[in-house]
Design a protein around this ligand. Structure first.
Ligand SMILES: Cc1cc2nc3c(=O)[nH]c(=O)nc-3n(C[C@H](O)[C@H](O)[C@H](O)COP(=O)(O)OP(=O)(O)OC[C@H]3O[C@@H](n4cnc5c(N)ncnc54)[C@H](O)[C@@H]3O)c2cc1C
Length: 511
């Protein structure tokens, strides 16, 4: 089949690689001039690194270079994804610097994709346009007079060089990983650096008590099981039953360590609530040097504050906070999150995509209901986003071949609505319109592979209970699917017919 993919971040790249291996004719569009999506040179802010450790942020069949540090920089990750694209021939099917302006269904169920180069028709469409790609900058009142007075308002992803902050009074808005990351290099050159934090979040030390890599605690199946999932299995039943006390103290002890390790009480930066609340926002991995910067006065955190307006005073740019404080603000960098949307999709398609609250209705985070031929990837943002995207790509390849046994539309809708209701509660609605699955990353992998009868060996899965999840353990999944597709009935028509499930019995996958 001829398949278009919108986006050359990791989700688009891995989808392209799997679909190429499944024998399809693929074209990948990206509006940026390089691959890597959020790690593109056009979006990197100084100080950006992964939160996940490098092995956990790897694709299954393409390890990161040995000389990369445990938390690689944005530039290193971009280079890694570019090398992945080259290794698997994806670089030959890329259309970079090419924005998709519209994607519409044709009357015969195919897709017309429009770019500045004209329209092209495809049998299937995969949307991998990123859920943390479009920055959300608050619409502050007074921005015009502020800008006229020389003030600059930027999204974190538009701030590429710390030198732009040299000698300036800078406000960084937000308290997530990006805000803290960007505040550190700014504080080294700026006249002042104030972090405006609406709500303090718990931050996990990279090395708990200075020794234990956080991945040993939170990037394991045990770490995931500390949070109650919609359905409990095996040991989870114990953890959320008789073992509940142990579970809570395990989780909250990380909070106590964090308070001690960073001296948060002295700094006045102990967040409200328990460490368990970490699930309600992003995983707040602490930025190296952030609390040290607060301690030595280079960074001031204005806790429980927001900017209420930007203004001009005596010809200079300023910002006013909710408590009435007015701060000099020559540069305001907003690390205030992202918007999720698909503006290029036809209104009639968009109508079917969302619930009444604007959440994406995607079965397994992949397939919209009632829109044949359309898939999403990367709408399963997790602690192991490359692995989740790769497994979703395998699911897409299987569904394109018609070998996924799906419930009917009504049952799929019920399952998606139930999952969203659960996530509303579990994450206090911080699931980015249904596109972020943290902290249930591996449950999603298990469900996706469960649909395909293609899981890794139970023994290997079990080893991930106490050791960090190793994406490399999943390297046999794509070859197993490709072998299964190859052994299915040969197809006589241009549009492949679905092999029966009997054609597609599970294969043993090397763990
Ligand atoms: C700063 C930062 C740090 C992160 N750290 C981690 C981490 O440590 N661990 C983790 O698991 N996840 C992390 N994430 C989550 C991250 O989003 C995923 O890891 C992953 O990179 C997302 O890949 P993606 O391909 O889904 O989307 P993206 O990387 O956002 O790529 C989407 C691509 O689609 C393109 N595009 C969009 N619209 C169009 C259009 N109309 N036409 C053409 N092209 C289009 C964009 O240009 C972009 O290149 C981080 C995210 C951010 C922002």
């Amino acid at each position: 089949m001829r398949i278009a993919i919108i986006g050359a971040g990791v989700a688009g790249l891995t989808t392209a690689k799997v679909l190429l291996q499944a024998g399809h004719d693929v074209l990948v569009y990206d509006r940026t001039p390089d691959v890597g999506g959020v790690w593109s040179e056009t979006r990197r802010y100084p100080g950006v690194t992964t939160q996940s450790s490098k092995a956990q942020y790897s694709l299954s069949d393409f390890p990161m270079p040995k000389d990369y540090p445990e938390w690689p920089t944005g530039a290193q990750i971009q280079a890694y994804f570019a090398a992945y694209a080259a290794e698997f021939g994806v670089d030959e099917v890329l259309r970079l610097g090419t924005e998709v302006t519209s994607a519409a269904r044709t009357s015969d169920g195919r897709w017309t994709v429009l770019t500045r180069d004209g329209a092209e028709v495809f049998d299937r469409l995969v949307v991998a346009n990123g859920v943390f790609c479009e920055p959300l900058v608050p619409a502050y009142p007074g921005v015009e007079e502020f800008t006229a007075a020389g003030g600059e308002l930027l999204a974190g992803t538009e701030f590429h060089d710390a030198e732009e902050a040299r000698g300036k009074h800078v406000l960084v808005v937000g308290y997530g990983k990006s805000a803290c990351d960007v505040a550190v290099p700014i504080s080294k050159v700026a006249a002042s650096t104030d972090v405006i934090a609406r709500q303090l979040l718990w931050k996990v030390p990279r090395r708990i008590a200075g020794v234990l890599n956080f991945k040993m605690l939170l990037l394991t199946r045990m770490g995931e099981a500390l949070f109650r999932y919609i359905r409990l299995r095996g040991f989870e039943k114990f953890l959320h039953g008789p073992g509940n006390g142990v579970r809570r103290s395990m989780l909250n002890s990380v909070g106590s360590v964090s308070v001690r390790q960073f001296g948060l009480a002295k700094l006045g930066l102990v967040p409200k609530g328990h460490m368990e609340d970490i699930v309600r926002g992003a995983i707040g991995l602490a930025t190296e040097g952030f609390f040290e910067g607060v301690e030595d006065g280079a960074i001031a955190v204005r806790r429980d504050q927001v900017i209420t307006r930007l203004l001009e005073k005596e010809g200079k740019p300023w910002a006013e906070l909710a408590d009435g404080t007015v701060l000099p603000a020559e540069l305001v960098v907003c690390a205030t999150g992202f918007t999720q949307g698909v503006p290029f999709l036809d209104p009639d398609v968009q109508e079917r995509l969302f619930d009444e609250r604007g959440n994406f209705l995607l079965y397994r985070q992949i397939r919209p209901i009632g829109v044949p031929g359309l898939y999403f990837n990367g709408y399963n943002s997790s602690f192991f986003s490359p692995l989740n995207a790769e497994m979703a790509a395998v699911w897409i390849a299987a569904d394109v071949a018609g070998i996924v046994e799906l419930p009917d539309d009504a049952a799929m809708r019920r399952a998606v609505v139930e999952q969203l209701e659960f996530m509303d509660d579990a994450t206090d609605r911080h699931h980015c319109r249904g596109t972020k699955i943290i902290p249930f990353s591996m449950h999603n992998v298990d469900e996706v592979l469960g649909d395909l009868d293609l899981d890794i060996k139970a023994r290997v899965r079990a080893s991930h209970w106490l050791n960090p999840i190793d994406p490399a353990a999943y390297r046999g999944v794509t070859p197993a699917l490709v072998a299964r597709l190859a052994s299915a009935e040969p197809r006589s028509e241009a549009v492949p017919q679905a092999p029966t499930v009997e054609d597609a019995r599970p294969r043993d996958i090397a763990g």
